[in-house]
Structure formats: C-alpha cells, structure tokens
Write a protein that binds this ligand. Structure first.
Ligand SMILES: *[C@@H]1O[C@H](CO)[C@@H](O)[C@H](O)[C@H]1NC(C)=O
Ligand SMILES: *[C@@H]1O[C@H](CO)[C@@H](O)[C@H](O)[C@H]1NC(C)=O
Ligand SMILES: *[C@@H]1O[C@H](CO)[C@@H](O)[C@H](O)[C@H]1NC(C)=O
Length: 535
C-alpha cells in the first residue's frame, strides 16, 4: 500500500515537473500594440509560473517583466505607421466599408509582410535556433497573417501554439474548426448573434464569410511567395501549405459563452479572453487609494490613451471637459501627462501621469469610466462591470465604441464636437440611468464564471502541450483532409453517380423489355397475317 502511494506520488511529481521550468520562446512580431499587450500578458503569466520565457518583438512592449528575456528586432518607422492606419481601416463594423478597405489594403499588407518575413534571418533571432546551447520546449507565435514565421517552430522541431486576438470564427479552419455560416456571424458583420437568421441575413453572412475567405486566400497566396523567396533554399523546412498543419492549439482572445457567438469548437480551440486583466487587483498607490476611499458619490476614471494628446485634443475641448467635471459631486481621476500644465485646479479632481487602469477600475467606488474606446480599456471595464462614456477618435476606436453601445454598456460621444451641455448630459445619463451599470455588471458576472480563469487556462494548456509532446492526439483529422474529403463531397458524388447510373440502367432495361414485348407482338401479328393470307 505504502509502495503504491509512494509510486503514485512520484508519478505526480514527475508529471508536474515534466512541464515546470520549461524554455518557452514567444515570437510576437505583430505590428499592432493592442495584440502585443495581450501576448505580453501571456508571456508574463508563464514567466510568473516559473517558466524561462524568451520573447521576440518588433514593437517596444508597453511593459516588461523582470524574468522575461526580451529580444527587440526594430522595424522602420514608415512601416509601423502605414500598418497602423491599415489595421484601423480594416476593423470597421460597417460592412461595406470594412470589406472594401480590407481588399484595398491587400497590396500594402503584403509589402509589410515581405519586409517582416526576414525577421527570422536577423542575427539575434537566428542565434535562437542555430546556437546549440538553446533548447526550447515550446514556441508560441502571435498570429497576424504571418504563417511564414511558423517556420521557426519547424527549425527548432518543438511543439507550436498560436496566440490570436480574435474569436475562433477567424482562423479556426487552421484547426479544422467547423465553418458554420448559417448562424455564426462573419467578422465585421453587424448581425446580432444568438438568434436564428432569416434568409436575407444568411445570404449576407455567406457573402461576408466568402469575402473573408477570399481575402485570406489572396494574402496566403502572396505570403507563400514571400516564404519561397526567403526560405525556398532551405531543405529542412516544409512547403508553405504544410506549415500550419502542425499547430498543437490556438489561444483565442475571446470567451464565446458570454460574448457569443455560440458555436461548436474543436478541442484545440482554447479561449482565454480577458487574459490581460489580473484575477486579483494589485494594491493602489497611496494617493489614489486615499482619494477613492473618500468618495460618497462615487468616482469617475478619465483616461484617453496616450497617443491622443497633441493632434486631437484641442485646448478648448480640455477646458470644456474641465468645466463640466469640476462641477460634479463625483471625484475624478484624470490621467494627464503634463503635470506642469493642468487643465485647472479643483478639489474633486486628481491628476495622475500614470494610472494603474486595471486596478483602479476594480475599485468598488468607481462608477463611470470615460475612455477613448481602446480595446484594452473596454475589456478591463467589462471585466470589472463599469459603465462607460466613450470618446473614440481613430483606428479601431469608433467600431469598438459602436459594439460597446450595442451591448448596452454605455454611450458614445464625439470628442471633436464636444460641448459642455451634451458632455454633462452624457455623464448624467450613464451615472443616473441604472440600465448601463446593470447590463455591464451582469455581463461581468458571466464573463468571470469559468471552470478555470483565463490565467489558469493558459497555464494548464501550455503545460499540457509540453507534457504530451505537442499533444497530437487532440488534433482534428480535418487538418490533413482536402476540402473535398472534409466535406464528404466525394462520397456524395459516388452516391449521386450510383443513383444516376441505376436510373440509367433501369431505363435501359425497361426500354429493352418494352422493345422486346413490342417486337413479340408485331411478330405475332405478322404471323397471324401470314396465316390469314395462306387461307
Ligand atoms: C533561458 O532561456 C535563454 C534563451 O534561450 C537561455 O539563454 C537561458 O540559458 C535559459 N535559462 C535557463 C535557466 O534555462
Ligand atoms: C510536428 O511537431 C512535432 C512536435 O510537436 C514534431 O515531432 C513533428 O516532427 C512535427 N511534424 C512536422 C511535419 O513538422
Ligand atoms: C467608497 O466611498 C465610501 C464613501 O466615502 C467609503 O465609506 C468607502 O469606504 C469607500 N470604499 C472603498 C473600498 O474605499
């Protein structure tokens, strides 16, 4: 008995140790800062868990954990800017615009990709896979139409997982996820999910899905060319088409059962939406804590992101905002960079250059979040159940704000035409009408109710893949099937062919029989005539 127990204990230790202190390489070369925020949170969580995490980025990450080994492969400024505006155009919710700008951007995207394609040949990155001392257990690639970078995992011959900042409707096909066009809205489709669709909407949705597929097809076609140009002479690498057939699983920044759409997923789809939000908030700095603890009427957090300053925020707009906010009973924490030039002094306003946004939003006395509808801020507010007033300006902000308004979590206004009256009305509406807070609080409850938190899910599945050497057993066979086989088209063709053949044969046999009978009866007639003549 004791022996068995000891043996069991040993096995458990071995199992756990098998994935502990693993060497994990993150290739996070996305040019979108909001993707990088999510990917760096994943790296941080894995580092905190005790893994040796090395990340390669082309952008400077917003924050770095002390235990993460960071390698920066800088890009030229012009690529970064061109890309920023492209992504902004592609994420609009309005269908027609989104699709036209999506296709208009193909050429530029491809050019960016071709210049990013050689990240792997940079000496620092090269060293990672050529230096014999480097031993990795897992490669995690931040995916943004950069399949050619999956080559890194093939170079290292280690299991590969992807991280994607979208729901599984996009890219699920890499894993053999079913393509449900009759009820799962395509990206950019402003269709309310969770309800059966009429024929009109289903038609639109099919077209939207086809447009998305066509877009990916064109990008992939061009990427394949880039891949051949860069790695064509390397015999150790598979062909472009086979690169993505060895993905253990994909982490999606979504949570289908609270956010929708409801859809079937293969086991390799792992959802970790909200991964960038801490399970437990950190303690606030003393001045903020003090300020928020004396807020009998609640408090407002105002943060308009960091790249909004000069170009969009006119001084008279700031003045109007100050005039409104300084007269409120509520306390206001205003994220403001230039502490030498304040919009104005008021007892109820605390300016701070740096605000731990996630931790402040977690504070129970915060009753309103005024923001610029950046993806990160919205997720944090939804996680903590805080209603919002959004002042979007550019990029994906307007469409983020539209979705937030559609969900009933708040309202949006234009910062370019902001007036004192309407701004005050907007603030009063979100503070006084309980429907916004109720909606976002009930979403928050659903969003957090999971068997494992986003953080635990990430850790569990990363270690699972390492423990089971890539976990090939969870892969759907569809990944290795052609479109025809995966959809059974050949079987249907055989059945149809058989039916057609059977019909044909039946018809032939029948006509033969009919002819025979006719022949017989004419013969009989002829015989009869013959006999009559003889008489
Ligand atoms: C962590 O990873 C880096 C990069 O591969 C490597 O140089 C270093 O030796 C690793 N540290 C440990 C303790 O394995
Ligand atoms: C797929 O990945 C596994 C490790 O997870 C590796 O052993 C195998 O060789 C890879 N297959 C291909 C075709 O690269
Ligand atoms: C919120 O404000 C009220 C009123 O000032 C105060 O009594 C309460 O302690 C505050 N809550 C927290 C968590 O600080």
């Amino acid at each position: 008995m004791g022996g068995i127990l000891r043996c069991l204990a040993l096995q458990i230790v071995v199992l756990i140790a098998g994935a502990h202190g693993a060497n994990i390489l993150g290739l996070f070369t996305s040019l979108s800062p909001s993707h990088l925020v999510i990917q760096m949170s994943m790296a941080r969580i894995l580092a905190e868990r005790g893994h040796n995490v090395t990340v390669v980025t082309v952008l400077k990450p917003p924050s770095l954990h002390k235990d993460i080994n960071h390698i920066l492969v800088p890009m030229e400024e012009d690529i970064l800017q061109a890309f920023g505006s492209l992504v902004g155009g592609m994420t609009k919710t309005d269908n027609s615009n989104a699709y036209t700008s999506m296709f208009r951007s193909v050429r530029q995207l491809s050019e960016t990709f071709s210049r990013m394609g050689d990240v792997m040949k940079q000496p620092l990155v090269r060293d990672l896979y050529e230096h014999p001392d480097n031993k990795f257990d897992l490669v995690m690639v931040g995916y943004f139409m950069n399949s050619y970078q999956l080559a890194l995992a093939h170079k290292l011959k280690v299991p590969l997982v992807l991280a994607l900042s979208n729901p599984p409707s996009f890219l699920g096909y890499f894993l053999g996820n079913p393509w449900e066009v009759s009820y799962v809205p395509a990206m950019n489709m402003a269709i309310e999910s969770g309800k059966p669709l009429g024929i009109g909407h289903r038609m639109l949705n099919l077209l939207g899905n086809l447009a998305q597929r066509l877009f990916m097809f064109i990008i992939e076609f061009r990427n394949a060319r880039i891949y051949r140009d860069i790695y064509g002479d390397d015999p150790t690498l598979p062909s472009y088409e086979d690169l993505n057939k060895n993905i253990s699983l994909i982490f999606f920044a979504s949570h289908g059962i609270s956010e929708g759409p409801i859809r079937p997923n293969v086991p390799a789809v792992i959802e970790i939406g909200g991964i960038q939000v801490k399970d437990q908030p950190d303690k606030l700095p003393q001045n903020l804590e003090q300020f928020l603890s004396e807020a009998p009427h609640g408090a407002i957090l105002l943060s308009l992101g960091s790249n909004l300053k000069k170009d969009h925020l006119k001084s008279y707009t700031v003045q109007k905002m100050f005039n409104v906010l300084s007269k409120l009973q509520q306390k206001v924490i205003w994220k403001w960079d230039d502490l030498d030039n304040l919009p104005g002094e008021s007892d109820n306003i605390l300016y701070s250059k740096w605000v731990p946004q996630d931790d402040v939003l977690a504070h129970p006395n915060i009753t309103l979040f005024i923001n610029h509808a950046g993806k990160g801020g919205l997720t944090e507010a939804q996680y903590h159940g805080k209603p919002m007033l959004a002042l979007p300006v550019f990029g994906d902000q307007p469409s983020n704000a539209d979705v937030m308004v559609m969900q009933g979590f708040g309202i949006k206004q234009s910062i370019l035409t902001l007036e004192e009256d309407s701004f005050l009305q907007g603030i009063r509406e979100v503070l006084d009408n309980p429907k916004y807070a109720t909606a976002v609080k009930s979403f928050s409850t659903l969003y957090r109710d999971r068997p494992l938190s986003a953080r635990e899910t990430l850790i569990y599945w990363v270690e699972y893949v390492i423990r089971h050497h890539g976990a090939p057993h969870i892969q759907s066979p569809v990944v290795h099937m052609s479109y025809i086989a995966a959809n059974n088209l050949d079987v249907y063709a055989v059945i149809l062919g058989t039916i057609v053949a059977l019909c044909f044969i039946t018809k032939l046999v029948l006509s033969l029989i009919v002819r025979k009978i006719r022949n017989n009866s004419t013969k009989a007639k002829v015989n009869q005539n013959h006999k009559l003549k003889k008489k």
